[in-house]
Design a protein around this ligand. Structure first.
Ligand SMILES: Nc1ncnc2c1ncn2[C@@H]1O[C@H](COP(=O)(O)OP(=O)(O)OP(=O)(O)O)[C@@H](O)[C@H]1O
Ligand SMILES: [Mg+2]
Length: 369
């Protein structure tokens, strides 16, 4: 087996349930071995459907799914090298911790001594040694979550699918478990595909994020790429807080918005093409009005613990959100300063393919000159 080969590959996969709704629309992607992937998107966008297709709980309407280079469209779920951790953990309440974890091995008729060894190992991995005989109802939410993970890793699958496994936990435990899961994935080296609709969780945990909307992958990439370079309004809006302002691209490296022209680092648009720009709230610096690139009248201010969240409007009526350690005063006029790199230009409704094509085309042109 070639190690560089994708462990999972979707090729033009479409999923339509009986009610004719297209849930996944011609989706293609690759999952590399040993990485932590996150499927991120709003409710109903198709995240669970992708996991069910990988696990073999449902079949694609068209397109192909490959596992280690082999087409697995019609391979039954129990023959796939995949284990799922469900949102509600789906633990058996009448079995103790040990037997919950051992369940899959018992079905496979693994020898008792081997079962013992592997369950102990799995318990050690999730820091639950000594809990073998506990009833599930005597376990906390976080401990149950670990039992569910132990139950998945005990089968030594090549891929673990996790469908919103942290959503039932309170914030503090959730943050702890994020850290633990990430560590566990690194130690095990198993490919994790994790589902969440929480952007911060996705940014904190993943090697790669797929941002989904309405059955399409809007953008895929490392967390910093997606955060810093969202390719369209949906991604910019969904990942973190953003200022999204309409404008036009005067020429390469010159953008106009809020009635002014600014230097930027983007290129490859038509002259005067209508675009939208994104500036992250933390990339705006509060200055005296005359020193700012934009002047804003402060409308509201909230203290968020680490920073102030200040909201104001420019003379064109655009809303600006600023994260700053400096305090402002409501109704005060302030300046906002930003670097050219802080402006990110987006084409209307651009898809990932179009974005890549545009960059390529621009690269070719500049090389030709
Ligand atoms: N068995 C089914 N029959 C018909 N429609 C379904 C079925 N399962 C899911 N759907 C529909 O497919 C769409 C995608 O569902 P899916 O469960 O993949 O979304 P999701 O991204 O996991 O959402 P959530 O964040 O709410 O879990 C939804 O519109 C849903 O109603
Ligand atoms: Mg779901």
């Amino acid at each position: 087996m070639n190690d560089n080969q994708a462990i999972i590959r979707f090729e033009n996969v479409t999923k339509q349930y009986d009610n004719d709704l297209i849930v996944l629309d011609n989706v293609s992607f690759e999952i590399e071995r040993g990485k932590f992937y996150t499927l991120l998107g709003p409710s109903g966008c198709g995240k669970t459907t992708i996991l069910r297709l990988i696990a073999g709980f449902t079949e694609a309407s068209s397109g192909d799914i490959y596992f280690n280079g082999k087409k697995i469209n019609s391979v039954p779920a129990n023959k796939r090298q995949v284990n799922t951790v469900f949102q509600d953990y789906a633990l058996f309440p009448h079995l103790n911790v040990f037997e919950n974890i051992a369940f899959g091995l018992r079905i496979k008729k693994v020898k008792n001594t081997e079962v013992k060894k592997r369950v102990s190992e799995a318990l050690r991995f999730v820091n639950l040694e000594g809990y073998e005989n506990r009833e599930i109802k005597e376990m906390s939410g976080g401990q149950r979550q670990r039992v569910a993970i132990a139950r998945a890793i005990v089968n030594q699958p090549e891929v673990i699918l996790l469908d919103e496994p942290l959503s039932a936990l309170d914030l503090k435990l959730r943050t702890e478990m994020q850290y633990e899961l990430r560590e566990l994935q690194r130690r095990l080296g198993i490919t994790f595909i994790f589902v969440t609709h929480d952007q911060e969780e996705a940014l904190a945990m993943s090697d790669e994020i797929f941002v989904l909307n309405k059955g399409h992958i809007q953008q895929s990439g490392a967390p910093t790429d997606i955060y810093d370079e969202p390719i369209n309004r949906f991604v910019a809006d969904f990942i973190g807080e953003s200022n999204i302002i309409p404008g036009s691209m005067v020429e390469d490296f010159v953008v106009e918005f809020a009635g002014e022209r600014f230097e930027c680092v983007d290129k490859g648009f038509d002259p005067n093409e209508k675009i939208e720009i994104v500036i992250r709230p933390e990339d705006l610096e509060i200055t005296d009005p005359e020193k700012g690139k934009i002047q804003v009248k402060v409308d509201s201010q909230l203290f968020r613990g680490v920073h102030y969240e200040i909201c104001g409007y420019d003379k064109d009526g655009n809303e600006w959100l600023v994260h700053s350690t400096k305090k402002a005063t409501v109704d005060e006029e302030i300046g906002l300063y930003f670097e050219p790199e802080a402006i990110h230009v987006m084409r209307f409704g651009e898809t990932e393919e179009e974005f890549d094509k545009r960059l390529e085309a621009y690269g070719d042109e500049t090389h030709a000159n």
